[in-house]
Design a protein around this ligand. Structure first.
Ligand SMILES: Cc1cc2nc3c(=O)[nH]c(=O)nc-3n(C[C@H](O)[C@H](O)[C@H](O)COP(=O)(O)OP(=O)(O)OC[C@H]3O[C@@H](n4cnc5c(N)ncnc54)[C@H](O)[C@@H]3O)c2cc1C
Length: 261
């Protein structure tokens, strides 16, 4: 069980950030679902609930999501159901259960860069940017590849274009962590293939995405699935072996491309 010495609810992002960096064990808290599994000794717990970050808004050219929005809100939101072929609601609906998704939030889920994350794989296939208190606004891909630095994720921006995406995952049992997940998106001739829970964090299969995007006619789906599974690394943990993950990735990628076509 984690412990908290002091608990604050700042009124501005700057204030929250200053408190965060003022001491090593000061910590931002999201829904605390993950934090409470550990034994962290938190100095000052920083609750962002006074900052109005629980929203999903249709903005000029973007869908903007505040960091304190719950996974359940993402799952049930009409705007997200109507855009990108509903890939975001589809990607979160298998995470644990409704009560859990009512607590866990998107800021914590993306900032933590969990390898098993369902939502990161889906967001990566879209044109997504994140905003952080210190770093500012950057592409999700850039954020995922950056080294860890204390910061606060405040907003997520998804470009509102005609991109459509399909999400696929495989779990050993319902509500368990995924042993592999895949999201493939398409904007006209431009495809993006992303694979997560390898068990490492989601990555874009750049070579396979390029080949697929440049193909005049897409017939042999095995061809693209093989390129993707060869260019990405897979690993073994207690849920699945490296070889099993690699084999499954080909199947999920093929199914996702087929559904998009
Ligand atoms: C039992 C269990 C099973 C899970 N299964 C899955 C699964 O199958 N698929 C999946 O995708 N996810 C899964 N998750 C992860 C879950 O979806 C959330 O991503 C996770 O719980 C973090 O969200 P939270 O609100 O609980 O964050 P918290 O526990 O509150 O925080 C987690 C971390 O994020 C930091 N943090 C919180 N908010 C911010 C912010 N705005 N900016 C910067 N740092 C911040 C905290 O300091 C902490 O280090 C699981 C989690 C648990 C506990």
């Amino acid at each position: 069980m984690f412990t908290i010495k002091e608990y604050v609810k700042p009124n501005t992002i700057n204030e929250a950030y200053e408190i965060l960096i003022s001491k090593k064990n000061n910590t931002v808290i999201g829904g605390s679902a993950f934090l409470k599994m550990g034994s962290k000794k938190i100095g000052t717990a920083i609750d962002l609930s006074n900052l109005n970050l629980n929203y999903i808004k249709d903005k000029e050219g973007y869908i903007e999501i505040g960091a304190y929005t719950t996974l359940r809100d993402l799952e049930t939101n009409q705007l997200l159901k109507e855009n990108f072929k509903g890939v975001i609601p589809n990607s979160v609906k298998n995470i644990v259960g409704v009560q859990f998704r009512n607590i866990a939030n998107i800021g914590a889920s993306v900032f933590s860069k969990y390898g098993f994350s369902d939502i990161i794989t889906a967001l990566l296939a879209l044109d997504t940017e994140v905003e952080l208190a210190k770093t500012g606004r950057i592409k999700l891909d850039e954020f995922l590849n950056s080294s860890y630095e204390k910061d606060i994720l405040t907003k997520i921006f998804i470009k509102k274009n005609q991109r459509v995406a399909v999400y696929k995952d495989l779990r050993n049992s319902v509500s368990d962590y995924p042993i592999l997940n895949v999201s493939v998106s398409r904007l006209e001739d431009n495809f993006k293939i992303c694979v997560g829970a390898r068990p490492n964090r989601a990555k874009i299969a750049f070579k396979a995405s390029r080949e697929l995007s440049n193909s005049k006619e897409v017939t042999d789906l095995d061809y693209y699935a093989n390129i993707a599974s060869d260019e990405l690394n897979f690993g073994t943990n207690d849920r699945a072996s490296k070889d099993y993950r690699k084999a499954i990735s080909k199947i999920l990628i093929k199914r996702a491309i087929k559904e998009l076509l």
